[in-house]
Write a protein that binds this ligand. Sequence first.
Ligand SMILES: [Zn+2]
Ligand SMILES: [Zn+2]
Length: 191
Amino acid sequence: MIKCFDFGCLSSNTYIVSDDGEAMIIDAGVECRYLSDYVKGNGLTVKYIVLTHGHYDHICYVRDYIDEFPEATLVYHREEHRVLSDYEANLSLWICGRAINYNLPHLEVSEGEMLEIGTLSLEIIHTPGHTPGGICLLCRGEGVIFTGDTRFENGFGRTDFKYGSIEGLEGSLARIEANYKGYKVLAGHNY
Ligand SMILES: [Zn+2]
Ligand SMILES: [Zn+2]
């Protein structure tokens, strides 16, 4: 089951993927209470909070999520810590006017690793470019790919932020196009 909350910071999407009583939250741009209601209402245990990348509009409520779901493990790509821990790179100063360096306990993942939720497996696809440690999550069981800000339904992410790379993004987009064309794109924003 996939639930999308599409009213996050800068209209970012936060998703909950669940199966067999377990849940994964993808990104943290939506106020925690909406997720809590859904998690409680469906009797779920949150196993992972996964960040597609470290930009403020996708991570701004992450501390609230960690407090609310202490059983969950925070997960992001090993190349992304330098974005989260740097207020210029994570855009907190630019978006909300506060310089926040995020240094949170987390599990680092890399290309090809699998995260299990009930009977579903989500594969980490490293897609640098928008940020160095941006990831997509491929869920074969649901026929979808969560693409963060790498790829939108009708476009792709910016590369002019700190640590962005146009060459990297082009490579990542080509890879998605070549390998995951049949999967429904569930992006970080609906544009
Ligand atoms: Zn972004
Ligand atoms: Zn975004």
